[in-house]
Write a protein that binds this ligand. Structure first.
Ligand code: ZN
Length: 352
């Protein structure tokens, strides 16, 4: 594993960026793209768009910058914090975890508290009944620390490398900083090798609250082909369904999720390229959840889309996991595909 790459992955997953609060992620990638891309811009909702090249079909491949988190809903008289979800954070990933509240006065450490007797294994509490403990005894004290209704609450980063090869990477926010990372690295590779198209990378906002940023980013991009790079749901652990999606077996080419049916020609093309280049891949159907691909597909008069996922375990918790090689292979596959998407190939895919 490349130490520089690991450092990059750690940095981007440690960044705090709940839906609607992606500023730190946007700033980080805007700086990275400046000098690499020919043009870097943002839209009116906050998505980031970086464009490389000026001639040929426009190809969009982005991840979403936001991660699941919370927002302060109320402060109790005794100084505890009630909160609402920004995105579908699993309750099993919230209890007894460390969080950061991003206030105007700075960051405040918080712990998701459960009742004095704990919680019985067989019964999870309602998310609405949970509170954050910030070590205050009154509403006034909490306000003195800067906590206000509307502040974002983000899980603490806890990067770790597991396994004999240390290639199982754990942190919050792999969903979906890894998609943003893939988009960025693909642009780097294309700049080195050349490409017969206009490549559009970057990241959308507010995916976790209903793929909102993809609506405007798709429109701004004027792309003819769209890739949504996200995380997939591996089921290769004891409690999993064991239907075949595993860490370490390559990027997932997703036929369908609840918002999209991937373009069949584009998916077949991905399989051909993967086989020609000896890149491992998996095919899947996502049973739950939609992605940005669902918005890109009906941009303007319609866009063939493909959802490419980096397999992950435990997404939407602070301890999600990916395999390093899956990330590298996703970059490889997407780079090789974009290199081959010239006018003729894109026209062939667009022909129905
Ligand atoms: Zn995602």
């Amino acid at each position: 594993m490349d130490e520089r790459e690991l450092q990059f992955l750690r940095e981007i997953t440690d960044l705090k960026g709940t839906s609607g609060g992606e500023g730190a992620v946007r700033d980080y990638f805007r700086e990275k793209y400046t000098g690499l891309a020919d043009k870097v811009e943002t839209d009116g909702l906050g998505s980031l768009m970086a464009t490389l090249g000026t001639e040929g079909p426009r190809i969009l491949a982005v991840g979403h910058m936001d991660e699941v988190g919370f927002m302060v809903r109320a402060i109790t008289e005794d100084g505890f914090i009630k909160f609402s979800r920004c995105g579908f954070f699993f309750i099993t990933g919230v209890m007894s975890q460390h969080f950061t509240i991003q206030t105007e006065k700075g960051e405040v450490d918080a712990l998701c508290a459960i009742g004095p007797e704990g919680t019985r294994d067989e019964k999870f509490p309602d998310m609405d009944s949970l509170v954050m403990d910030i070590g205050c005894t009154s509403k006034e004290e909490a306000r003195e620390l800067g906590v206000q209704v509307g502040d974002f609450i983000v899980p603490k980063g806890n990067f770790a490398q597991l396994g004999k090869d240390k290639n199982y990477l754990v942190n919050k926010a792999w969903d979906n900083r890894i998609g943003c990372a893939v988009s960025y690295r693909v642009m780097e590779e294309l700049k080195k090798s050349g490409h017969p198209n206009v490549f559009i990378g970057g990241g959308s906002v507010q995916e976790e609250v209903g793929t909102r940023g993809a609506k405007t980013l798709g429109y701004l991009s004027q792309a003819e082909i769209g890739f949504s790079v996200d995380v997939g749901i591996a089921d290769d652990m004891p409690a999993g369904r064991k239907e075949g999606i595993a860490l370490g077996k390559g990027p997932e080419l997703c036929f369908m999720d609840s918002s999209t049916i991937s373009n069949r020609k584009l998916l077949r093309f991905a399989v051909e390229v993967a086989e020609e280049c000896g890149i491992p891949y998996q095919t899947s159907i996502m049973k739950h959840g939609g992605t940005d691909a669902g918005e890109f597909q009906w941009t303007r008069s319609g866009m063939p889309v493909l959802l490419i996922n980096v397999p992950s375990r435990y997404a939407h918790t602070p301890t999600s996991m990916i395999c390093y090689e899956d990330y590298i292979n996703t970059v490889k596959l997407l780079t090789e595909m974009v290199r081959r998407l010239d006018r003729a190939k894109v026209d062939e895919i667009l022909r129905f």
